[in-house]
Design a protein around this ligand. Structure first.
Ligand SMILES: [Zn+2]
Length: 398
């Protein structure tokens, strides 16, 4: 089951720009991958947008404005910006998107539906221009609408996590908190939020207004964000393409915002048949869905073990996050890093649910946890029991 790929434009250092096309056999849909700027290393890497040409024209995700990416990944995290990144023009992402569309023989104006895989800024914050040019409808899952529809969603999320950040033991942001984060960019004036006029509540065929496109299935695959969506392009029984946002990435592993929910999603993804190609929003494409899911499960098992072993002595979440090799990039212990803290937190939460970890102590507002005396394999068995026994149906119905 191979899906041919044609490169229309190569990548240019450092910010993406590649355009390539994948075609389903027998006159099926065409999917064009358009790679736009998003920093690597400090960020998830260039953001891939996908243009699905079926009976309708669907753009999946929007990219992030270049200046906003610079502010979020360098200025707010107090990281030195390499000169080649500082020199990138502020309209680079927009130009890359327009070039990609032109190479596919399309214009922004032609888009019928903008599908947002999830409510993180690199996926929706350049959507306003799509809607203004095309009048496209905008689709997202109900659970990610608070981020996408509220221009202050990002800052309010950081502010709402402040008390948790203190309990975790992470250093505060040096310049005082979310209020000051706002000075790096003005969410209102950048027009980052979007009005959603097609809310996804449950899995099923794609709709645009009342028109049903049953060659594309929309699936709820939460765990990286509460409302992460995937799109299955092609009909069951023939090779299909899975566009999965940040839920599966390669070679980096996605950051779960809820590990229990994420592992349930991995189980579900393994059960999907006929996927011949997986197109993630960052990094490399891959063909073997089950193999990648297996690798990511193994990765989390080893993070759980590392967490469990480290907590033989009482540890805070931040102690675990700053263990050597725990996070995918080096974590400086005296520097604010909410992503690293969250990675440790979600593993510690799941171990607690499985009775493998319990809170030992609170000192100066910081919580410390200790592992149980059980062997890790026994605890991991209980983790799998918790994951495999959903109280609610994995496919939510509202
Ligand atoms: Zn992303």
């Amino acid at each position: 089951m191979s899906i041919p790929c044609t490169q229309l434009k190569p990548n240019s250092y450092p910010g993406g720009g590649r355009v390539r096309r994948f075609e389903l056999p027998h006159g099926g849909a065409r999917v064009t991958q358009i790679t736009t700027f998003c920093p690597d290393g400090i960020g998830p890497g260039a953001a891939h947008l996908y243009l699905i040409e079926d009976e309708a024209l669907i753009l999946v995700d929007t990219g992030i404005p270049t200046d906003l990416a610079k502010a979020m990944f360098y200025a707010m995290r107090i990281q030195a910006m390499p000169p080649e990144i500082a020199a990138l023009p502020s309209d680079l992402s927009e130009r890359q998107r327009a070039d990609g569309l032109a190479l596919a023989g399309r214009r922004l104006e032609d888009i019928d539906l903008l599908a947002i895989t999830h409510g993180h800024m690199d996926h929706y914050s350049m959507g306003r221009s799509v809607v203004e040019a095309s009048g496209a409808r905008v689709m997202a899952h109900l659970l990610d609408t608070p981020m996408i529809c509220n221009p202050w969603g990002f800052l309010s999320m950081i502010a709402s996590r402040r008390h948790r950040a203190e309990a975790v033991g992470m250093p505060r942001p040096p310049d005082g908190g979310p209020k000051d984060l706002g000075r790096h960019f003005d969410p209102g004036s950048l027009g980052l939020s979007l009005e959603i006029n097609q809310v996804v509540y449950e899995d099923g065929p794609l709709f645009i207004g009342d028109a049903c496109y049953d060659g594309i299935e929309v699936i709820h695959i939460p765990g990286h964000s509460p409302g992460s969506l995937g799109l299955l392009v092609g009909r069951p029984g023939s090779p299909r393409i899975l566009i999965c946002g940040d839920v599966l990435l390669y070679p980096i592993t996605p950051h779960p915002d809820d590990l229990l929910v994420y592992l349930r999603t991995l189980d579900r993804l393994e059960a999907i048949e006929d996927v011949a190609l997986v197109l993630p929003a960052h990094g490399r494409i891959f063909h073997d869905l089950d193999k990648r899911v297996g690798q990511i499960k193994k990765h989390h098992r080893s993070r759980l073990k590392m967490t469990f072993d480290a907590c033989r002595e009482p540890r805070s979440v931040w102690d675990v996050a700053t263990l050597k090799g725990y996070f995918d990039v080096e974590v400086v212990p005296d520097r604010f890093n909410p992503m690293a803290a969250n990675e440790a937190l979600v593993h510690m939460e799941l171990l607690q649910m499985a009775g493998g970890l319990s809170r030992e102590d609170i000192r100066a507002g910081v919580h410390y946890f200790r592992s149980s005396d059980d062997p890790f394999d026994q605890v991991y068995g209980r983790v799998l029991d918790v994951v495999g026994d959903p109280v609610i149906e994995p496919i939510m119905r509202y």
